[in-house]
Write a protein that binds this ligand. Structure first.
Ligand code: FMN
Length: 301
């Protein structure tokens, strides 16, 4: 009933984890019932290990969280040895997420993921707002097109490109990624925000700014999913503020093929199973299918 095709992957459900929000490896799958998660999207890996930013790196606010983790990860060599072998046992598609400072970094990650049997698809994190040099690919269409093209040549696995909301229009970025050979777009990464501790006269996060996620960003992500899906023919994977079945259906009507659930998993690690159950109930009650709903938004004239 929830089967979904996204950018070269056949998924049991349209529900995915959001990179960096569900552990660094498959261990967190124990929170979910089999058959509820469509694909496991893992945290960004970079060629070299990264310590990330100094603490405080994450803070809650009324509408979600602000984070500046800074892509902490143990690097490709560790991942190849310790994480990749585990992925072969995961009974659903795994999407590995690549990060880096340069086009060469991205290509190196894609070449490595291409050889890993347990990796079904590759998501390029061209849009992390919390690392120096992490953003130029997402705010310069020529740079984005060049890096996606280079990565495309390095793999035949499905290639997803995660775009940034921190641009004046997402349309040219979506079009550039498609022209360069992306199989799907993930829309979108976190929105740059600032939380202030007025008593200390300081930002709450040691990095100063951070990436906003959670319910507060949903309307913005919804608009971007709509605009991106209108601009391209490849599938769009929504990411931004979804935390219940209604949210997922809204994204699908706006044009998404699948929806990543990120920040909501921090509050309730089993939330994806709750959403899957509710989705099945709603679709059955309403006699509707995901295919009928996808992209069915009627824009006011
Ligand atoms: C603590 C935290 C860490 C994240 N780490 C990554 C990451 O490593 N790579 C990435 O592409 N996105 C990362 N993200 C962004 C999420 O994957 C997602 O795109 C974003 O949080 C919006 O979705 P949400 O509102 O459902 O959380 C991170 C988000 C959070 C909150």
């Amino acid at each position: 009933m929830l089967r979904t095709l996204v950018g070269g992957l056949e998924l049991e459900t349209p529900l995915l984890t959001g990179s960096g929000t569900f552990g660094h490896d498959p261990a967190a799958l124990a929170f979910l019932n089999p058959g509820d998660l469509g694909a496991l999207v893992l945290k960004t890996v970079t060629p070299d290990p990264r310590h990330g930013n100094p603490p405080q790196r994450i803070a809650e606010f009324q509408g979600g969280v602000l984070n500046a983790i800074g892509l902490e990860n143990k690097g490709l060599a560790y991942w190849r040895e310790h994480v990749a072998p585990q992925l072969e046992q995961v009974p659903l598609p795994v999407v590995a997420n690549a990060g880096g400072h340069s086009a060469e970094d991205f290509v190196a990650m894609v070449e490595a993921f291409d050889l890993m049997k347990g990796v079904a698809a590759i998501e390029l994190n061209l849009s992390c707002p919390n690392v120096k040099g992490g953003i130029q690919f997402s705010t310069d269409t020529a740079a984005l097109e060049e890096v996606v093209r280079a990565c495309r040549q390095a793999t035949r696995k499905p290639l997803w490109v995660k775009l940034s909301p921190n641009v004046s229009s997402i349309r040219p970025f979506a079009e550039s990624a498609e022209a360069a050979g992306a199989d799907a777009l993930t829309v979108c990464n976190t929105l740059i925000g600032l939380l202030v501790d007025w008593r200390k006269r300081k930002p709450v996060l040691a990095n100063g700014t951070g990436g906003m996620s959670g319910p507060a960003v949903k309307p913005m992500a919804m608009r971007l999913v709509y605009e991106a899906s209108q601009a391209v023919g490849i599938p769009v994977v929504a990411s931004g503020g979804a935390s219940c079945a209604e949210d997922v259906l809204e994204f699908i009507v706006a044009g998404a093929s699948a929806v990543q659930i990120g920040t909501a998993c921090f509050r309730r690690p089993g939330v994806i199973s709750e959403i899957a159950t509710e989705l099945r109930q709603i679709l059955e009650q309403e006699h509707l299918s995901l295919d009928e709903l996808r992209g069915s938004l009627i824009w006011p004239r």
